[in-house]
Ligand binder design. Structure first.
Ligand SMILES: N[C@@H](CCC(=O)N[C@@H](CS)C(=O)NCC(=O)O)C(=O)O
Length: 209
């Protein structure tokens, strides 16, 4: 029997891991439907037509009594799962501040830290296009800047917002803790390393793989 939630995912993706970690911390069960993005499995007419027109995972499928709905975008799916839970602050400013870090993650962090991991760890530098090769250095610089911003913030606090883990921490943890796959040196960000340890110590934490 189909459960309440199905996650369309590739297990190598940090964006997908955010949703698995959110679900684990809230004790939700997810059914997993696996895709190989390197083999173009999210670009089939069926996937584009039924699941996500942008051809990307993750997509959270919500199996309601009134039908099936699909929610792409990792951070939107995390918000859906965590609605009303301790992973989203009650306070209005804190809630917006959590979103601020999630937007930062998508704009300043993921396009640099996650993309370099994908290119260098999974695709391999020799296989990159000439244009991608020119983007390695700018992405390295921008990724280091994002990690430095995180490090400065965490020098004086344990969590990104308030005094416990929120979706902001989950969103930023996903690709930060594997940033070394993309050639980043986490030892240069000691406050980030301590925060990674705190994340791993959360009750019901699950690792990426
Ligand atoms: N902003 C999206 C990014 C989704 C995304 O880039 N997904 C990648 C894997 S992490 C993907 O599906 N790539 C396959 C493709 O583009 O064909 C999110 O946060 O969910």
């Amino acid at each position: 029997m189909t459960g309440m939630f199905t996650l369309h995912e590739d297990p190598r993706s940090g964006n997908c891991y955010k949703i698995r970690l959110t679900a684990a911390l809230l004790d939700f069960r997810l059914e997993l439907k696996r895709y190989d993005i390197m083999a173009g499995e999210t670009r089939t007419p069926e996937f584009l037509g039924n699941v996500n027109p942008s051809g990307r995972i993750p997509v959270l499928q919500i199996n309601g009594t009134d039908g099936i709905r699909y929610l792409p975008e990792s951070n939107a799916a995390c918000c859906y799962l965590a609605d009303g839970s301790h992973l989203i602050p009650d306070d209005r400013f804190a809630r917006a501040d959590m979103l601020r870090w999630m937007f930062f993650e998508q704009y300043s962090h993921e396009p640099n830290v996650a993309t370099l991991r994908f290119w260098l760890h999974f695709v391999g530098e020799p296989q990159l296009s000439p244009h991608q090769k020119t983007q390695i250095m700018p992405k390295r610089i921008a990724g280091c800047e994002a990690l430095a911003v995180m490090n400065r913030h965490l020098e004086t606090r344990d969590w990104f917002v308030g005094d416990c883990a929120t979706l902001a921490d989950i969103a930023l943890f996903a690709y930060t803790h594997v940033a070394e796959d993309g050639g980043f040196v986490l030892d240069e960000y000691p406050a980030v390393l301590s925060w990674i340890d705190r994340m791993r110590a959360l009750p019901d934490f699950v690792p990426m793989d």
